[in-house]
Ligand binder design. Structure first.
Ligand code: HEM
Length: 332
């Protein structure tokens, strides 16, 4: 386990807030404008009006989070001390609201806001242990080459050339392609691909990646089952599942060991890391879309004392301004 001093944890938090400004620096030192990234995300999904720049197709939900007895030992966040209400949303990656639920190399998303009078704790996570890009500039380029041309399709040669020049951007799709399409939003695990620093009441800090482990297990569809499904089945499946009881996930902190990268969400840590269960998210019911659409799930600014994002991961800070741009476009 990698433990850092309270001083280091404070530095991590301050730095992450400082880098959450209007533009984000990539590792090559160039700024990638959040507005340009959001434009490229919209273009890649066919420029649909009034939708999210990513996670455009989704289902709004409510539930609760109940922390484990071990959670306060790792984080002093009040959300880890008692059961709190949750507003959540499952989604399909990308800005196309008509994307098929059958799409394979596309992440399923899980956004959640755990509420407490002291403030929110928000995580926005995906069904893969890695993100597709290492820097905001790389995300801009990744999305730009996927924009449909005049024939309505992206240029396959451009995508191939980009992948060859940026091999780390192929890991996420390779991971998803190696697994079956999930039969349910509640039948797949989700990862917060960033390294978080959890700090307890004594000031002890622990670096960890967070994982949401589906209580239902990994419910994959066979090729024949997939063929028989319509393009939209997740919302109905969830309604049916929730009519029988909550859909739950264990929130697990996967503990870093010396040398595990904390600044690169395209790299997964080795499987055999120690972990601590922080609690259970129970999704109980579907909520009207308006409940989730009124604001954005901002995973950068909506973190309590006791949970900090990584200061040195350029993808983390870049999320906040990009989500704000997307919200302003879909709300107007
Ligand atoms: C530079 C990095 C990133 C950018 C620019 C970006 C961009 C966006 C944008 C513009 C939205 C729509 C927000 C809204 O309208 O409310 C969004 C939503 C989302 N993003 Fe990201 N993203 C980034 C990184 C990530 C990462 C690392 C993950 C996964 C760990 C992720 C997962 C999601 C999910 C699941 C949603 C849907 C949220 C919802 O249901 O409201 N994004 N992203």
């Amino acid at each position: 386990m990698l433990r850092s001093s309270p001083v280091l944890a404070a530095t991590v938090l301050t730095a992450s807030l400082l880098t959450g400004g209007a533009s984000a620096q990539n590792t090559a030192g160039h700024d990638a404008d959040p507005g340009a990234i959001v434009d490229a995300l919209f273009a890649a999904g066919g420029n649909q009006p009034k939708v999210r720049g990513s996670g455009a197709k989704g289902v709004c939900l409510k539930g609760s989070f109940t922390p484990s007895a071990e959670a306060p030992g790792l984080s002093k966040a009040p959300h880890f001390a008692k059961t709190v209400p949750v507003t959540a949303r499952f989604s399909m990656g990308g800005s196309n609201p008509k994307i098929s639920d059958k799409a394979k190399p596309v992440t399923r998303g899980f956004a959640m806001r755990m509420t407490d009078p002291s403030g929110d704790m928000v995580f926005v996570v995906i069904s893969a242990p890695v993100f597709s890009t290492r820097t905001p500039q790389q995300l801009l380029d990744f999305a730009t080459v996927r924009a449909p041309g005049p024939d309505g399709k992206p240029d396959a040669d451009k995508i191939k050339a980009f992948a060859a020049a940026n091999p780390e951007t192929t890991r996420q799709a390779a991971w998803l392609n190696a697994r079956p399409v999930p039969a349910s939003f509640a039948g797949v695990d989700y990862w917060g691909v960033h390294a978080y620093t959890l700090t307890n009441a004594k000031g002890a800090a622990t670096v960890a990646k967070l994982k949401w482990v589906a209580s239902a297990g990994q419910l994959g569809l066979t090729d024949d089952e997939l063929k028989a499904k319509p393009d939209s089945f997740y919302a109905d499946e969830l309604k049916e599942r929730l009519s029988k009881g909550p859909a739950s996930f264990a929130l697990v902190a996967v503990l870093a060991e010396t040398g595990d990268p904390v600044n690169d969400p395209t790299v997964a840590w080795p499987e055999e890391r120690k972990s601590v269960t922080l609690g259970t998210v129970a999704i109980t019911a579907i909520e009207p879309d308006a409940t989730c659409d009124a604001a954005t799930f901002d995973p950068v600014v909506s973190l309590p004392d006791g949970v900090a994002g990584p200061a040195t991961d350029p993808m983390f800070a870049a999320r906040s301004p990009a989500y704000a741009v997307s919200l302003s476009r879909r709300a107007n």
